[in-house]
Design a protein around this ligand. Sequence first.
Ligand code: FE2
Length: 148
Amino acid sequence: MDFRLVNWTQAMSVDGGAIDETHRKLISLINRLHLLVNHSADGDSVSNVLCELADYAGAGFLIEEKIMTLSRYNERDQHTIHHWSFIDRLTIFIADFERDVEVGNDMLLFLIRWVAIHLKTHDRLLGDHLLASKKYRFESLGQVETAA
Ligand SMILES: [Fe+2]
């Protein structure tokens, strides 16, 4: 089965800062995983990227959730549930992979679909909220500052 790689585009921009940076990195990791799986890379290489993906996604989601809290975003809880559904599913894929269960194509399909849906729906709405509020500015990754 062939899956297209995901590409970050300006149309996916949420805040022009920390959130976009985490999304670009997340997409880059998914594309690395895609290449490894499709080139039948060794298990350790795939496992390393899977762990990096889980760690990075978790850290990135926490940054988004902090921004949602600070900007008093009303849809924070629903958005957060969608984030953690990703971590839950990815954790199951990793556990299956570590037990030598064949997960490659199902996992890639899940990751690509989840990112596409999440960025176009939940993150788009968050971006609109941040643009409308203009109460906060978000600079480099991990930094959240109240605008002067
Ligand atoms: Fe999000």
